[in-house]
Design a binder for this molecule. Structure first.
Ligand code: FAD
Length: 506
């Protein structure tokens, strides 16, 4: 069934020129050749949120889809490579673990690798198997400051490596803008002051700029950031807050001068009422303190950030305010929200840019070229809302899986009632370390395992299938994997050398 609205979609209007706006425009530019006009409106006076520097490996797919040369992109955005995130002080003060991209070891005769590792660890071998991170190339390479690109040969340990980037988000938006404009996207500078909707159907007909110009369209993509001008304000789609699970609602951000060669990983250090990020780029380090304003005042939060810098600040600190949650629908009639206009999850696992990309990919795969279909819109919403909820659960896990009682903030996180979907996952893990990837789920069992074990959530037992593999043999297998991973990491170039050789920013 086709809903009311235009019979053919020939005019796309994107409101907002932040990361979401230009990522959408660069992808939609591919439609220009088939006669679709793509217009992007942005306001320099309003500006962008100006943060968002760490990504996850799925960004490689987006860049590939656009035919972007990776070295060129790294140079243009001052990027570094990211092999995962080092978490400090999360499970317990003084603890550290690594959430790597890529896989831990490999399964043996249908038995998951983590089950074998857990059995050896539970047996308390004299030579304990060591942290599970020792069996993941991305984790060991990151620890040693090494980087190279993965091998395409599935027999090679190097094929288990996976990576993403840290980059300057403003330079990335600029890079995409150049590509989008070259492909025919029209940029309009101006402030959207009003939205015209059809009196009967409620479809958006035009956005009206402060200077009186009207920009008419068939499909409107709301990339207006936290303002959510179209989906939130004009279409009045509700917002579900997740603040009871994710109480952090503010951040201070400041760049600092690099002191050492850039590490190929992000660092997330838990604080008394939130956490600090450290994101090394080629030319600077991005730092921030995400915190819950119910538990710490702004001034103290800023001091925590500045005291934690390991180089002099390069600009005045900026404060950002937000509420974790998402819109109840991300596509309503002829309006789709992508980026912060649709929802916000704090950057603990660097998922916002991924959610932008996944919104774009789904919109492209359900593109309403011959008019709007209620069924397709419902499918888009079903898939996107599910993905938001799954990412939310993974982020909540980091807060909940702690034994920290040193502040009211951590006591709250430890004792809060979890979303049923996360509770079910933890219950399943608690028995025999069973963990499954739900349909469409972003984070793999390897990611869940890294955080669960890293934060001290041990299962009661292991999978009975492990009994089919003799203990001595699996101990030898573990030793072999660990050794191969260590040797491979050792042979990789230093991260800084790799960048200098292939993709140093000018
Ligand atoms: P914005 O950047 O806010 O862009 C909104 C655009 O809309 C701007 O161009 C603005 O000018 C325009 N606009 C607004 N109102 C009007 C109007 N009336 N008329 C015309 N134009 C208008 N994500 C990650 O993936 N990794 C991270 O490490 C990360 N860190 C983050 C840290 C913090 C503290 C925060 C708050 C977010 C972080 N994010 C991160 C999220 C990331 O910043 C955003 O997802 C990303 O920048 C996309 O933002 P956006 O384009 O939706 O909004």
């Amino acid at each position: 069934m086709t809903d009311p609205g235009p019979a053919r979609i020939t005019r796309i209007v994107i409101v907002g020129g932040g990361t979401a706006g230009w990522m959408t425009a660069a992808a939609m530019a591919r439609l220009v050749e088939s006669g679709v006009a793509v217009t992007l409106v942005e306001s320099e006076e309003i500006g962008t949120v100006g943060v968002g520097e760490a990504t996850i490996p799925s960004l490689l797919d987006y860049n590939r889809m656009l035919g972007i040369d990776e070295d060129d992109f790294v140079r243009a955005t001052g990027a570094t490579f990211k092999l995962g995130i080092e978490f400090r002080d999360w499970g317990r003060l003084g603890d550290a673990y690594f959430h790597p991209f890529g896989t831990h070891g490999r399964d043996v005769e249908g038995v998951a690798f983590h089950q074998l590792w857990l059995r050896q660890a539970r047996l308390g071998r004299a030579d304990m198997p060591g942290p599970i991170g020792d069996y993941c190339l991305s984790a060991v390479a990151a620890r040693n400051g090494r980087f190279t690109r993965p091998s395409a040969n599935p027999q090679s340990v190097l094929s288990t490596l996976s990576y993403a980037f840290h980059f300057d988000a403003a330079l990335y938006a600029r890079y995409l803008r150049d590509r989008a404009e070259a492909a025919g996207v029209v940029r309009i500078e101006g402030r959207v002051a009003a939205v015209d909707r059809h009196a009967g159907t409620g479809f958006i007909e035009a956005v009206r700029l402060a200077d009186g110009r009207a920009i008419n369209g068939d499909l409107f993509v709301d990339c207006s950031g936290f303002r959510s001008l179209l989906l939130g304000d004009a279409m009045d789609v509700g917002f579900t807050s997740w603040q009871h699970w994710l109480p952090c609602d503010r951040a201070w951000a400041v760049p600092s001068a690099p002191r050492d060669a850039p590490a190929p990983h992000t660092r997330a250090t838990a604080e008394a009422a939130g956490w600090r990020w450290r994101i090394p780029l080629q030319h600077r380090v991005g730092n921030g303190h995400v915190y819950a304003s119910d538990h710490v005042d702004d001034e103290t939060a800023l001091r925590v950030l500045l005291d934690g810098l390991d180089g002099p600040p390069l600009a005045d600190p900026r404060q950002l305010r937000f509420v974790a949650g998402r819109r109840d629908r991300l596509w309503d009639r002829n309006c789709v929200a992508i980026g912060l206009a649709g929802g916000f999850l704090e950057p603990l696992e660097s998922t916002s840019i991924h959610l932008i990309q996944s919104g774009i990919a789904r919109l492209m795969s359900l593109f309403p070229d011959t008019g709007f279909s209620a069924v397709e819109i419902a499918e888009y919403n079903r898939q996107m809302l599910r993905e938001y909820d799954q990412v939310r659960d993974f982020i909540i896990l980091h807060y909940h899986a702690t034994t920290r009682t040193d502040s009211a903030f951590w006591r709250h996180c430890q004792s809060m009632t979890l979303p049923p979907s996360l509770q079910a996952k933890l219950d399943l893990w608690a028995g025999r370390a069973r963990i499954f990837r739900e349909q469409g789920e972003l984070f793999t069992p390897d990611s869940w395992i890294a955080v669960l074990l890293g934060q001290g959530i041990w299962p009661a037992s292991v999978d009975p299938l492990t009994a089919g593999l003799p203990v001595a043999e699996s101990a030898m297998f573990l030793d072999h994997v660990r050794e191969m991973v260590a040797k491979t990491a050792e042979a990789m170039p230093r991260h800084a050398d790799f960048i200098a050789r292939h993709c140093a920013a000018p």
